[in-house]
Design a protein around this ligand. Structure first.
Ligand code: ZN
Length: 494
């Protein structure tokens, strides 16, 4: 299947055709964090989706160049710095660092560039663009000295959001800060300095002030990627007015189509509700880690639902993510053991070889259908586990499956940081060292429970056996029953 994406602009699934097939790399712009507080897991859902997009494009042979901006000046950052009584740059720096830490925890590939809005290079570009919009009448300076975009002069305004301009007509009295605008929908390109801004100001032909949020992205995107880019991403809440404004500004200046494909990630809910500090359901990445989960577990939990479907975050969902990764870890540990064996006779060697061009990759071609892709992955895991149970998978085939996994893992990035430790507990309760096992890594408590479980199974006390399995799971060990006894695989960290 050809690669296709759902384009917010057309509201249709479209086959992916880069600007110019010969032009490499693929240019992607992603709206980054506004660094006024630590980003929450809903923000990171969008960044994980963008990571999946980039990695899948790379798997399909595209070279990707991605820019993610840092919004380090806007109303919220200025207010935060004022309340904390520190300079703006000092205030935002801590949240920039926190963002990079959290992105690393979630194994998100770094963008090629992280431009910051306060960089003088981009401030100059913003001023240049605003001047270019004023010249043909697409923007005007109002009595309050701020400069606004004149949306009535840009006929395509509203096309991305599929928004009717007449809905923006004011009814009754307009708000104070909109007093000087010609149209209620006109948005600020340059905000004239006022007392609340303190020392946050830059000189411009329209007097001292600061840029509006929307022009920041237009300026950084066009400065670093040129007039036309392939893919622009963000969360659905960025569609209007932010991305609508980016189109108006960029196309107003260049006269060229700014973005070929607009991809937007749906919201994250917590227990079915919008995340809010007041509801006590507001989580950052460190909040989730503090509950005992790992970065890769959270990555998987954020990744496993299709990006256009709202994701309901729950602790049960985190446990499911942990279980799924435990299955992958155990499967990998088994494959690794067999791949390392030499001269072991199998009943039917070479069963279950992996197939090139897997269903997993084809599913991702279809607008990043991750749920289908993961469904295929676990089908393959079940099949190969069965073949291993029946002693039908030889070393060469196991190695081929591990290579097959490498491609999938390039996209998922959920492999364990260290190989899972495995131990075989014979039916008599005797512990046997297998494969990558390091004897001293088996805690005494785990050994005791495993032996007790072996005895319970010999006595056919399956209720007790299940209870003991749950206890072992809780201690971080996956349990599998085989004809030789039970194998335990320690869940990997990371
Ligand atoms: Zn943006």
């Amino acid at each position: 299947m050809a690669l296709r994406f759902f384009n917010t602009y057309s509201r249709e699934l479209e086959e992916f055709e880069p600007r110019d097939p010969a032009a490499r790399p693929i240019l992607i712009y992603t709206c980054g964090p506004t660094v006024y507080s630590r980003a929450h897991i809903g923000n990171f859902r969008a960044y994980v989706f963008e990571d999946l997009l980039q990695r899948h494009l790379e798997l399909r042979g595209y070279n990707v160049h991605r820019v993610m901006n840092i919004t380090d000046v806007d109303d919220k950052t200025i207010r935060g710095a004022r309340e904390a009584k520190v300079p703006l740059a000092k205030f935002t720096e801590q949240f920039k660092q926190a963002f990079f830490e959290d992105a690393e925890t979630l194994r998100i590939k770094r963008a090629d560039e992280f431009p910051a809005a306060t960089d003088q290079r981009y401030i100059d570009r913003m001023i240049e663009m605003i001047g270019a919009l004023i010249a043909p009448g697409l923007a005007y300076q109002a009595e309050d000295k701020s400069v606004y975009f004149r949306i009535n002069k840009f006929p395509d305004y509203g096309k991305l959001a599929h928004f009717d301009l007449t809905q923006l007509q004011s009814t009754g009295r307009v708000k104070h800060d909109e007093y000087d605008k010609e149209h209620i929908g006109d948005f600020a390109l340059w905000k004239a300095w006022d007392e609340e801004d303190g020392d946050v100001k830059w000189d411009s032909p329209w007097g001292p002030g600061r840029p509006g949020w929307h022009i920041e992205c237009s300026a950084m995107a066009t400065a670093l990627l040129g007039d036309q880019i392939d893919i622009h991403c963000g969360g659905v809440d960025n569609i209007f007015p932010h991305h609508e404004a980016e189109i108006a500004q960029s196309e107003g200046v260049t006269g060229k189509k700014f973005v070929r494909y607009w991809l937007h990630c749906a919201h994250l809910l917590v227990n079915g509700q919008k995340m809010a500090k007041s509801l006590g359901n507001f989580y950052t990445v460190p909040d989730v880690i503090a509950k005992g989960y790992t970065g890769r577990e959270l990555r998987y939990a954020l990744l496993r639902v299709h990006y256009r479907v709202p994701l309901n975050f729950t602790w049960e969902g985190m446990n499911e993510a942990r279980e799924s990764l435990g299955r992958i870890d155990e499967w990998l540990a088994r494959l690794r053991e067999i791949a390392q064996e030499e001269n072991v006779q199998r009943s039917t060697p070479n069963a279950q070889r992996p197939i090139e061009g897997s269903d997993f990759e084809n599913a991702l071609d279809d607008d990043l259908n991750i749920s289908a892709a993961l469904g295929f992955l676990f089908e393959r895991i079940n099949e190969t586990n069965r073949a291993m149970d029946e002693n039908k998978l030889d070393a060469t085939t196991a190695a081929a499956w591990m290579n097959w996994w490498e491609r999938i893992n390039h996209v998922l990035r959920v492999e364990p940081d260290e190989p899972g430790v495995r131990v075989l507990v014979a039916q008599t309760g005797e512990l046997k060292l297998t494969g990558t096992l390091v004897a001293e890594k088996i805690p005494a408590e785990v050994a005791r429970l495993a032996k007790e479980r072996a005895q319970a199974r010999l006595a056919k006390d399956f209720r007790k056996s299940d209870e003991l399995r749950n206890k072992l799971n809780a201690l971080g060990w996956e349990v599998r029953d085989t004809k030789d006894g039970q194998t335990l695989t320690r869940r990997a960290g990371g």
